[in-house]
Design a protein around this ligand. Structure first.
Ligand SMILES: Cc1cc2nc3c(=O)[nH]c(=O)nc-3n(C[C@H](O)[C@H](O)[C@H](O)COP(=O)(O)OP(=O)(O)OC[C@H]3O[C@@H](n4cnc5c(N)ncnc54)[C@H](O)[C@@H]3O)c2cc1C
Length: 379
């Protein structure tokens, strides 16, 4: 992980590391067993500032740049992927509203999001449109008082509880990405119907699920971006999401490596510590080398995002590589642990499920390959 630029950033990351060790790592297996979002831990994270990293100070946030969020993602991801997803998605909604919404609208939501009293989510995906975001069917129709929204969203992080929703909807059926606009939806209002959270193979603290919009009425000032701008803005912000997902993958591998290194000294076979066997320690050497490469890719994507340079290629490469690297090396490091690696108090099983999720969210690995293939062609 590259170094924080200022003392304030370093202090925040040190607080985050303490929080990851004292709250997230010990709670993660329980949240998974209880199949729920860690609400109390998100409120505790808010107290140490973790919901406000990129939120401007005027709104009570810390006003740091993107790089701090990427580093935070590695630190928290090392303890639990699911918790980090839930927290960062709430943070992202707070930061977007503070920056882009009219002040009166932001005032209705940002303080509650910052305090962890309400959760946020960003809803693009639908049952019939995942990779093909331009094909969404949730429809926003112009009415006298604003926009009437009808449709259904699926596979949304925090959907189990979030009620401040950044939602993408089609304003002109048949226009594809051109007609997509972005709204803020208040899940406490009539017309919003939450569905039960999904029962999945793991990672339940993400609170993945869906909801319906049935004649939901959005006021004019609740449109965050109009048709023509929303799709482009979503694609721009996805570079940041891809990069912090990659950083979370690095965090998971770094933690698994730390646990496996300690195990290799503590446990013996055939008269010597596991680490004394060349075949055993080479697995760890390979994981450590791949992790170093993953961190360099994240560092480059982060640098580009912070500098305002085009980060599409760097972010897609970081996400593709780190998600695959995590799945491969988390499996190898679990093997290096022996059966001990399967115990719930170790992170290996949870992290493996997290790496699987990483291969889908914010664009699947195949979509990263498509992006990379398009961007490496000579112009
Ligand atoms: C835990 C979790 C949390 C999520 N959180 C959110 C969220 O907060 N907000 C949100 O909007 N979405 C969220 N998603 C949805 C996620 O973005 C989608 O899963 C992802 O975009 C892929 O869409 P899909 O699953 O519908 O797969 P599909 O689009 O149905 O694709 C199925 C498979 O085919 C591949 N494929 C599709 N098209 C092509 C092609 N042209 N060439 C080659 N291969 C192709 C895909 O890569 C995939 O492997 C979440 C998903 C998960 C699992």
């Amino acid at each position: 992980m590259n170094k924080p630029a200022t003392t304030a950033e370093a202090e925040l990351l040190a607080r985050a590391a303490d929080f990851a060790r004292e709250v997230v790592a010990p709670g993660a297996a329980r949240w998974e067993a209880e199949r729920r979002i860690a609400r109390e831990a998100i409120e505790a994270a808010a107290v140490v500032g973790l919901t406000g990293v990129e939120v401007p100070p005027d709104w009570g946030g810390l006003g740091f740049g993107y790089g701090v969020k990427a580093r935070l993602a590695e630190v928290l991801g090392a303890a639990d992927f699911a918790f980090t997803m839930s927290l960062i998605n709430t943070h992202n909604v707070a930061a977007k509203l503070a920056r882009e919404a009219p002040a009166a609208l932001a005032q209705r939501f940002v303080p509650d999001l910052l305090a962890g009293r309400r959760l946020g989510c960003t809803a693009l995906t639908e049952r019939s449109a995942g990779s093909d975001f331009g094909a969404i069917r949730t429809e926003a129709t112009r009415v006298a008082q604003g926009w009437r929204i009808d449709g259904a969203k699926a596979w949304i992080t925090n959907a189990a509880e979030a009620d401040v929703i950044v939602l993408y909807a089609q304003t002109e059926v048949g226009s594809g990405s051109r007609g997509i606009a972005c709204f803020v939806i208040d899940g406490r209002r009539e017309g919003f119907v939450r569905e039960p959270a999904y029962a999945l193979a793991g990672q339940h603290a993400i609170g993945t699920g869906g909801f319906l919009l049935e004649g939901y009425l959005a006021q004019d000032d609740e449109m965050l971006q109009p048709a023509g701008k929303a799709f482009k803005s979503a694609l721009l912000s996805i570079n940041g999401a891809r990069t912090y997902i990659a950083a979370m993958c690095n965090g998971m591998v770094g933690e698994a490596l730390r646990v496996a290194l300690a195990h290799g000294d503590a446990r013996s076979s055939f008269g010597r510590p596991l680490a004394g066997h060349q075949g055993w320690r080479w697995r760890l050497a390979e994981a450590s080398t791949a992790l170093a490469a993953g961190r360099l890719l994240v560092a480059e994507a982060t640098r580009r995002i912070e500098a305002g340079e085009d980060a599409q290629l760097a972010a897609a490469q970081a996400k593709l590589y780190c998600a695959r690297m995590a799945e491969r090396h988390l499996a190898a490091l679990t093997q290096a642990m022996g059966a001990e690696g399967l115990r719930q108090e170790h992170p290996f099983g949870r992290h493996l499920a997290g790496a699987r999720v990483a291969a889908f969210v914010d664009g699947s690995s195949e979509m990263q390959l498509e992006r990379i293939a398009a961007l490496i062609r000579p112009k």
